[in-house]
Design a protein around this ligand. Structure first.
Ligand SMILES: NC(=O)c1ccc[n+]([C@@H]2O[C@H](COP(=O)([O-])OP(=O)(O)OC[C@H]3O[C@@H](n4cnc5c(N)ncnc54)[C@H](O)[C@@H]3O)[C@@H](O)[C@H]2O)c1
Length: 445
């Protein structure tokens, strides 16, 4: 790679990051030339890593040149797929050059020309991986949940600032143009009036534990060296306390993130309940119900959130309700709709859309309404319908890297840190109990 170009991308980012500290969104570092290729490595090539890798293939000017994973199964699967896709796309030289690594330290040493690393390892590795990559001068796109504890999440933010490199966290709804348009409709058109209540859920049915092909069993000493107690823990890390903060972080973090974003406030209080008795072979709460309280610019608001692993009805969505109406959003386009309060006067782009009955209620479907907003609305709907939701967030990250401008990031580390605070506090809230207890005697007349 052309060294002067690399130095340019790096110094541009450093300048952008430095400027941000003083004034987010002000003067920009000059953009890298459009033809420059951003050289990327994938660290953690499991289910989500491969989704992100494939999404990178659809982004012009981005090349995935290395795959790092401790599991030969993931490493081979991802690197073979990458090579064949590059060959098919006419990049035989890129296919030839795809490098594979087991250990991220070796990769960082052998690949000094990398511009960015995508971290998609289990959550308990995020901080170590992200911080090492930032310190090595790479920009980092790290999957959510940022980390399992706030001290290491803060260390990630600090490492990004000190290295002058960008850190984006994978709360991809922040780059979703439907969510962005919806927020404008709430704030500028006030379609729900004063927001008083948010509701969110991620309901999924009982899922068996993940297994693995016996021929790809990792030796016990290798598992131990990378912090895993057993192959079963390695595959099902989400359910164990030492690797993950459980379903509330795994699934809830996406949606609790949206509550704060849309309300423009961090929560002031959380109350929560969760169970650990449904599954006898897992450590984390399978089902969690929690309530947040916020103080917004307009007054108080509350959010109710639930994550279920025992029933899938309704799947996942977020709802924002106020004295003017209720807006439901989801990464599933069928669940994006608006219901006005009786008598609410609607702006033309909502009034003119043909209503759709959803769960027995007449609703205004959001996508045709947004498409009616003109060129920007049409582009938002087209992007949402034609691109994977993760690709949109990666595109945002690479645009910020290319411009050397942290202010462009849809979910910089600082923002994700606030979400991590809101999410991770649910666990002590469950453990503290709280509420008003009942005794059997209370129910005797
Ligand atoms: N943004 C989203 O919507 C979304 C969706 C799914 C998962 N995720 C996140 O993506 C991350 C990965 O999740 P997943 O479902 O792909 O998990 P996974 O278990 O399928 O994949 C993890 C991969 O990391 C590898 N790995 C583990 N420790 C490693 C280490 N020290 N160095 C290198 N490789 C290592 C494993 O071998 C495996 O291939 C998690 O943080 C998860 O929360 C985000």
């Amino acid at each position: 790679m052309d060294l002067s170009r690399r130095e340019f991308v790096q110094s541009a980012a450093a300048v952008g990051a430095g400027l941000l500290v003083a004034s987010r969104g002000l003067a920009q570092a000059p953009a890298a030339a459009a033809g420059d290729v951003i050289e990327v490595a994938l660290l953690g090539a499991g289910t989500q890593g491969r989704v992100l890798m494939n999404d990178c293939l659809g982004i012009p000017g981005v090349r995935v040149r290395a795959v790092c994973d401790i599991w030969s199964y993931s490493q081979r699967y991802a690197s073979r797929s990458l090579k064949s896709q590059y060959k098919r796309a006419g990049h035989a030289d890129w296919a030839e050059a795809v490098a594979t690594y087991d250990d991220y330290r070796v990769m960082l040493e052998k690949e000094p020309d990398l511009d960015a690393v995508i971290v998609a390892t289990p959550d308990f590795w995020h901080a170590e991986h992200s911080i090492a990559c930032l310190k090595a001068g790479k920009h980092v796109y790290c999957e959510k949940e940022m980390t399992n504890d706030l001290a290491t999440a803060a260390a990630m933010v600090k490492a990004s600032a000190e290295a002058g490199r960008l850190l984006q966290i994978g709360h991809q709804r922040r780059s979703n143009p439907i969510y962005q348009q919806a927020l404008k409709m709430l704030r500028e058109d006030r379609i729900c009036g004063r927001l008083t209540t948010c509701y969110g859920q991620w309901n999924r049915g009982v899922q068996p534990k993940l297994t693995w092909p016996q021929e790809f069993e990792i030796p016990a000493e290798t598992l131990k060296a990378y912090g895993f107690e057993s192959m079963e823990h390695f595959r099902n890390w989400r359910w164990y306390r030492r690797y993950s903060a459980g379903p509330i972080a795994d699934l809830g973090s996406h949606q609790i993130d949206i509550f704060s974003w849309f309300l423009g406030a961090d929560p002031r209080r959380v109350m929560a309940m969760g169970d650990t008795d449904y599954f006898t072979d897992r450590e984390w709460h399978s089902d969690v119900l929690c309530t947040y309280e916020y103080k917004t610019a307009e007054g108080s608001a509350r959010a109710f959130y639930q994550v279920l692993n025992t029933n899938s009805y309704g799947h996942y969505f977020e709802r924002f309700a106020g004295d003017g109406g209720a807006l439901t959003l989801s990464e599933d386009p069928r669940k994006c709709y608006y219901v006005p309060e009786p008598g609410k006067e609607l702006p033309g782009y909502l009034a003119s859309v043909e209503k759709v009955v959803h769960d027995g209620v007449e609703t205004v479907p959001l996508l045709p309404a947004i498409a009616g907003l003109g060129a920007e609305g049409k582009a938002a709907v087209e992007a949402f319908q034609n691109r994977n939701v993760h690709q949109l967030h990666l595109e945002n990250f690479f645009a910020a890297v290319r411009a050397g401008d942290k202010a462009l990031l849809a979910c910089p580390g600082e923002e994700a840190y606030r979400t991590a605070v809101a999410v991770l506090k649910v666990i002590p809230a469950i453990e503290a109990g709280g509420g008003v207890p009942f005794t059997p005697a209370d129910f005797q007349a």
